[in-house]
Design a protein around this ligand. Structure first.
Ligand code: PMV
Length: 330
């Protein structure tokens, strides 16, 4: 099944709608997975091997402004910089946009993120979610969040979780067209739960998550255990959120992230996103925990860690990491 078939099934007649004349501006939050998505069962449609669960970072993410280009060519601005259309960033963007627009519909698109790009901070999730929301307004499709989630997934898997604030579960689904593989709000209000991004580097990653996932599936013997582990972790994480059991949440989320990285370390050739600073920070966090502070971490496809702790411990956590650049994101 191809992306265009999924789009045709969702849009139907709407495929022929014309864009409005005014500019649209939308925002989508980035999301941090507490139970990770790692591995695709379908590379074309970004269908995952397992379900996953994330928390959205409210006001940290991507804003997309979309309007008709005043010239007969496309224009892209990323974080105040006019982009060369031949860059990998623009190529990926237009591969996605071209699935929806008609010939000669030249666009002027401005994307602004308030998190570093491609350093394992899920900026592409927020990016693709905001682009699909912008297209929905520009063409006045009036799609549901579930339909937008399915379309955002075609750009980047984890983008399907960035349509909502709060906790979001991405149901892996079983259908080969992926119509049952989308985000879904996991209802719980837990304002005391804090997430901090600890930046060790904002450099672009050396290997994309797409490539890393595929190599892991194909060559890592540890990947065999991953789907069963995720099933168990997901159920524990949902229980922890339901019961607001922070220790259960922290220890399960941390172990889940470490297991994901273990599957990469045992790939051939090995993939390692951690740097010496990442490892040092992990050890610091374990040391603080041994001293009684309830702080945990999670890590995505990059060297940065995200700390998980409760609001009551914010000042202690911040005092322990004065030398590291941090962004309190939630
Ligand atoms: O959606 P992608 O291709 O950027 O993959 C994201 C994978 C992780 O961030 C490592 C895990 C996750 O669930 O977000």
């Amino acid at each position: 099944m191809k992306k265009v078939d999924v789009i045709a099934a969702i849009l139907g007649e709407r495929k022929h709608y014309l864009p409005i004349d005014t500019a649209v501006t939308v925002f989508a939050p980035t999301n941090i997975a507490l139970c990770k998505y790692w591995g695709k069962r379908d590379q074309e449609l970004n269908l995952p091997m397992t379900s996953s669960l994330s928390i959205s970072l409210d006001d940290k993410g991507a804003t997309t402004q979309l309007q008709r280009s005043t010239d007969a060519y496309d224009k892209v601005t990323l974080n105040n910089q006019v982009m060369d259309l031949s860059t990998p960033f623009c190529q990926r963007l237009f591969q996605f946009l071209n699935l929806f627009r008609k010939p000669n519909e030249w666009v002027d698109i401005t994307i602004t993120t308030n998190i570093p790009i491609a350093a394992g901070l899920a900026s592409s999730a927020a990016g693709f979610a905001s682009i699909i929301k912008a297209l929905n307004e520009w063409y006045q499709w009036d799609l549901s969040l579930k339909e937008l989630s399915i379309l955002a997934r075609l750009g980047s898997g984890s983008a399907c979780r960035s349509l909502w604030n709060g906790f979001v579960e991405w149901q892996a689904g079983e259908q080969c067209d992926g119509m049952d593989s989308h985000g879904e709000l996991f209802h719980q209000h837990w304002p005391e739960l804090c997430v901090d991004i600890r930046l060790t580097s904002s450099k672009e990653k050396t290997i994309s998550s797409r490539e890393a996932m595929q190599r892991t599936i194909e060559t890592s013997p540890a990947y065999q255990d991953w789907p069963a582990r995720v099933k168990e972790d997901l159920s524990l994480i949902k229980q922890a959120i339901r019961e607001k059991d922070f220790i259960l949440l922290g220890k399960t989320a941390e172990a889940n992230a470490l297991m994901m990285h273990a599957t990469m370390l045992t790939a051939r050739p090995a993939i390692q996103y951690s740097t010496a600073e990442t490892i040092a920070m992990m050890q610091q966090i374990w040391h603080l925990r041994a001293q009684g502070l309830n702080v945990y971490f999670t890590q995505d496809a990059g060297p940065n860690l995200k700390l998980l702790y409760l609001a009551q411990d914010r000042s202690v956590v911040n005092a322990c990491h004065p030398s590291l650049r941090s962004t309190t994101v939630r």
